[in-house]
Design a protein around this ligand. Structure first.
Ligand SMILES: Cc1cc2nc3c(=O)[nH]c(=O)nc-3n(C[C@H](O)[C@H](O)[C@H](O)COP(=O)(O)OP(=O)(O)OC[C@H]3O[C@@H](n4cnc5c(N)ncnc54)[C@H](O)[C@@H]3O)c2cc1C
Length: 466
């Protein structure tokens, strides 16, 4: 098994529990892939970037439970937004049945006008009444963009900017004019309309790396092994079969089954060129584009924020996470550590790090006035230029199934065909699907994939009718 991100880990744990002996080879010195944490030269433990999950991510939840990490995720059911002048607005569930459960807080939401709310309510109702599959999308084979769909449904400019854009750019890491409308609509159906708890935000209360302690144990319990700093240079392929993997140190390992759980741009580099050219499944991976995320880490000399996290409207900074509070503690010097997230951060990629910090600080001073009297002790910017694959129109066609054209090679990764965008849930789904495919090939089929949340209330009736 090559790759110790969530796709590789979830597959490895599932297969180990099914009694298989796993050898997991990971290039880096730690597990978790893109959802990992590490220690800076100054000693600070930081996540590669803040990662959040949602209540509708049932497979990630299942994986965390299997590896004993579920209690390290804290769930929040109040979404707090701030306008550029600092004014706050809350979205939360009420006792009304889905899809109306958020209507009362939405009606009171102060950061949108009535014309915006009417337009949004109309479009949300269209999604809800169709069970998440609006008729105008089923007839649209070309894959229209989310922006085009919103314009077709007469959304105001402010509704697009302050509502649809805010939620979807974070959830899908792409601009609305590049996002396939199917992905965007799916987010609203699964997280906000079909169930009461789909939108709940789950945030780790420990550095990401601590979530994977149980993985190694689950694999080793079945005589398996997890090898770090064990990069793979390539697959040795004869005809239609993999005969072994060559590691960076030149040694060769052989197995009954091989699982490639590496990013989509790495896989073709590990396969012989003639295999990539021969099999469209591999060569087509070049068509999957990626989009960037920028994380900004700020350490202040005092407490500047009371809320656990905050979503900003009309600003470059999209989310602020109060890491000190989320970790449930206080900093020894009485200070506070915040992490900011900017998804689809194309405009920031070429900009110098100090300039990005200055830009974010300017915005934060309006939203968190206590920053005006505080001193920034340290700031770090982490630019992930290829953070996720882009859910662009038509991208679904390039995502391969977990069974590859080579007889004993299987694929896992958030980029394989899961129906989900590039997320931790997508990665775990791919891992479970790959494990199922391997067991099925071995003649011992077993199910690992968990179903999504079932629609509730009126949403359930409408989902049935559609
Ligand atoms: C900045 C950022 C923020 C994000 N925020 C969120 C979020 O809030 N919520 C969410 O759900 N998702 C988020 N994501 C997406 C999420 O991190 C990914 O979808 C998920 O972690 C992908 O897991 P994976 O196992 O498919 O791939 P990866 O995590 O990329 O794992 C692949 C592994 O393969 C290893 N590898 C590569 N080449 C080799 C080789 N030659 N030999 C051996 N090993 C190799 C890599 O080191 C890596 O560990 C974010 C991603 C980024 C980058």
């Amino acid at each position: 098994m090559i790759g110790g991100g969530l796709a590789g880990l979830s597959s490895a744990v599932a297969l180990a529990e099914a009694g298989y002996r796993i050898r997991l080879l990971e290039k880096r010195p730690h597990l978790g892939g893109r959802a990992a944490s590490y220690v800076l030269p100054g000693g600070e433990h930081i996540d590669n970037c803040q990662h959040v999950t949602l209540g509708c991510c049932t497979n990630l939840e299942d994986f965390y439970r299997r590896v004993g990490a579920a209690e390290k995720i804290r769930s929040y059911d109040r979404l707090l937004f701030a306008g550029p002048d600092g004014r706050r607005g809350v979205i939360k569930s009420s006792l009304l049945p889905p899809p109306l459960h958020m209507a009362p807080s939405f009606a009171r939401f102060p950061l949108l006008g009535w014309a915006d709310k009417r337009a949004i309510a109309r479009a949300l109702l269209t999604i809800a009444r169709s069970g998440g599959r609006p008729a105008d999308l089923s007839n649209d084979s070309g894959g229209i963009t989310m922006l085009a769909w919103l314009q077709r449904h007469r959304q105001t400019e402010r509704a697009i900017r302050r509502f649809w854009g805010v939620i979807l750019v974070s959830a899908l890491n792409e601009e609305l004019d590049r996002t396939d409308a199917r992905y965007g609509i799916d987010v609203f159906w699964k997280a906000f309309l079909s169930t009461r708890r789909g939108y709940r935000v789950g945030i780790p209360c420990v550095p990401l790396g601590e979530l994977y302690d149980g993985c190694r144990e689950a694999i080793e319990r079945r005589s398996g092994e997890v090898l770090l700093r064990a990069g793979v240079r390539g697959f040795l392929v004869t005809g239609n079969r993999v005969e072994g993997v060559e590691k960076d140190n030149g040694s060769v390992e052989a197995a009954d089954y091989y699982l490639a759980a590496v990013p989509q741009d790495v896989l073709p580099e590990l396969l012989p060129a003639h295999v990539v050219e021969r099999e469209a499944v591999f060569s087509n991976l070049r068509n999957l584009r990626t989009s960037p995320i920028t994380g900004v880490h700020l350490w202040f000399d005092r407490v500047v924020m009371d809320e656990p996290f905050l979503t900003l409207l009309d600003s470059t900074t999209q989310w602020i996470f109060n890491k000190t509070q989320l970790y449930g503690g206080v900093m020894e010097n009485g200070g506070q550590y915040l992490q900011l997230v900017i998804s689809a951060s194309y405009s920031l990629v070429p900009r110098p790090r100090q300039e990005i910090i200055a830009l974010c600080l300017d915005e934060l001073r309006e939203v968190l006035p206590a920053i005006r009297g505080a001193t920034l002790i340290k700031g770090t910017v982490v630019k992930e230029t290829s953070a996720t694959f882009s859910p662009a129109s038509g991208s679904e066609q390039w995502r391969p199934s977990q069974k590859s054209p080579l007889a004993n090679l299987f694929l896992a990764g958030d980029w394989t065909a899961t129906g989900w965008p590039s997320t931790m849930e997508g990665a775990v789904r791919s891992g479970y699907l790959a494990a199922e495919a391997i067991l099925s090939d071995a003649g011992a089929p077993q199910k690992f994939l968990r179903p999504g949340l079932s629609a509730e209330g009126l949403a359930r009736l409408w989902a049935r009718e559609s």
